[in-house]
Write a protein that binds this ligand. Sequence first.
Ligand code: ATP
Length: 230
Amino acid sequence: MLRLENCRLDNGGFIVRADLAIEAGHRVAVIGPSGAGKTTLIEAIAGFVPITVGTLSWQGRALTDVLPGQRPIAMLFQDGNLFPHLSVAQNVGLGVRPNLRLTSEEQARVQAAIARVGLAGMEDRKPAALSGGQQSRVALGRVLVQGRDLLLLDEPFAALGPALKAEMLDLVAELAAETGATVLMVSHDPADARRIADQVVLVADGVAHPPMATAELLDNPPPALKAYLG
Ligand SMILES: Nc1ncnc2c1ncn2[C@@H]1O[C@H](COP(=O)(O)OP(=O)(O)OP(=O)(O)O)[C@@H](O)[C@H]1O
């Protein structure tokens, strides 16, 4: 279980409060008005935004004072997930070892991840020689080899067209199901939440609310969400 107990997240003076728990294995969409603090929540869990009050824990282990790289977390951003001068295999390999000196067993893991995300045969290509969807697949391959318990996504597929975005969301859901990873995904599109998230965390008015069942929340939105959904 991921727990934020009476937390105060401080993003350069912008405060979000969070007192919530997410059961392991769930896929949770983080939605809410622009500027409400969705990214702040994700980055506090990842360790980039300080938690000045309260405790963050995963499976009973306190993470509040753990450095970002030592948290059981993999992250995918909207942009800048790939290094343009590195090949597909190298970009994925970074998930195993930042210096890319991989053992043959580790190279095999990278190869398996590349195949799993549908890029077998493209190992030596640079990102510029890939489509947007293929680039997203490389980033997902890197997340996959990291083998972390928690996957945090901050609108990673916003730049893709609707069909491609749906395809990538489905791939995230499949990979999470295969690995048992718990997923938190920031999205502006309620359809994304309905597509892959069984629960939704609403961030509004300075508060990250406890998760609610996706259909229940979106079918009967509270006032703050209603205003946002229009
Ligand atoms: N480094 C910072 N210093 C001060 N304020 C910040 C900083 N980063 C973000 N903020 C402010 O914190 C608030 C929340 O930002 P955040 O990015 O978490 O919102 P969001 O819900 O993800 O927004 P969006 O949907 O527009 O991406 C915003 O008002 C923003 O201006």
